[in-house]
Ligand binder design. Structure first.
Ligand code: ATP
Ligand code: MG
Length: 281
């Protein structure tokens, strides 16, 4: 190992959390609604959650959570020279739920200030301090979203039952397959109870991804939530739509606990035993 590798190892913080990229092939499909409510639902489990508004041009996470950001990604981009985990943490805005938000820039022309390598560093710094880092990505697979999906532990792909959404979801999945990232995909059928010729339960077969999460259609609750800036899991926790998000949070946490406790390497005693056995034969 050379000096540069050493330096890189020292600078790269130890990873603690999981990165979840919330994506869709079509706009207006519910990425922000899901990212915000899932972040708040996860935070109810006494764990540290960061939510990065990765829709750098027209991000509306702050609006959906009624936050007035004192700092945004623009400030992060301007301090990359002196960036470490403490500096990154100081740019997060705390929501009443405990979720910490890295807000999108105020103006669309500031969208390109934080590009690929620096953005990766910021993700690493957030992952070192949080159990989950959720990213509400831009629609499609543009440069920053490509970085997020590559870094992600799970890629949530949202679709609805509309024909165009499903067609574009299939195309997006083909691209992720070509990039070798399809195994990370978790399908989410949003507005699953809406009137449509396509049944929600047919979507997995049509797009070729099994075991999706289903989020019901509830325009009144979602529209009100976005208008007043209060995630519905906070004030309408008993509705079916909120329950579907809580279930998602629960499953994410239990799956993670299982993978954290699964022994990855043989225990010391085991390896000693095998070595001893090996040496006597
Ligand atoms: N489960 C749902 N039930 C009813 N309406 C929903 C649901 N999810 C989202 N919506 C509606 O869809 C609209 C778009 O949602 P949202 O802003 O979360 O989508 P988006 O994918 O983030 O959009 P954009 O591409 O603009 O970022 C919202 O106005 C909301 O009212
Ligand atoms: Mg959005």
């Amino acid at each position: 190992m050379n000096g540069a590798d050493n330096l890189q190892q020292e600078q790269a913080p130890a990873k603690r959390g999981e990165l979840i990229a919330v994506c869709s092939a079509k706009g207006g499909i519910g990425r922000t609604v899901l990212a915000v409510n899932l972040a708040v639902a996860l935070s109810k489990n006494n764990i540290q959650i960061a939510l990065l508004d990765g829709d750098f041009q027209f991000g509306d996470v702050s609006l959906a959570m009624d936050l007035q950001p004192t700092f945004t990604i623009k400030d992060v981009a301007e301090s990359m020279d002196a960036m470490d985990k403490h500096t990154a943490a100081s740019y997060l805005i705390r929501h009443s739920s405990g979720v910490k938000v890295m807000a999108a820039p105020e103006r669309p022309e500031q969208a390109d200030l934080l590009a690929a390598p620096a953005l990766g560093t910021v993700c690493d710094l957030l992952l070192a301090q949080h159990d989950y880092v959720l990213v509400d990505t831009e629609v499609g697979l543009k440069e920053s979203t490509l970085l997020f999906v590559e870094k992600a532990d799970q890629i949530f792909i949202l679709t609805t039952l509309e024909m165009a959404a499903i067609k574009n979801t299939r195309l997006m999945l083909e691209t992720l397959e070509a990039l070798g990232l399809r195994h990370k995909v978790q399908l989410v059928v949003n507005r699953a109870t809406m009137d449509s010729v396509i049944k929600a339960t047919d979507v997995p077969d049509i797009v070729g991804i099994e075991h999706p999460y289903y989020v019901p259609n509830d325009f009144a609750i979602v529209a009100q939530s976005l208008n007043i800036g209060v995630p519905f899991v906070q004030n309408h926790g008993k509705t079916d739509i909120a329950k579907s998000i809580f279930k998602m949070a629960e499953q994410l946490i239990s799956r993670r606990e299982i993978s954290l406790f699964k022994p990855k390497q043989p225990s010391f005693l085991n390896s000693l035993f095998h070595r001893t056995k090996g040496s006597t034969t």
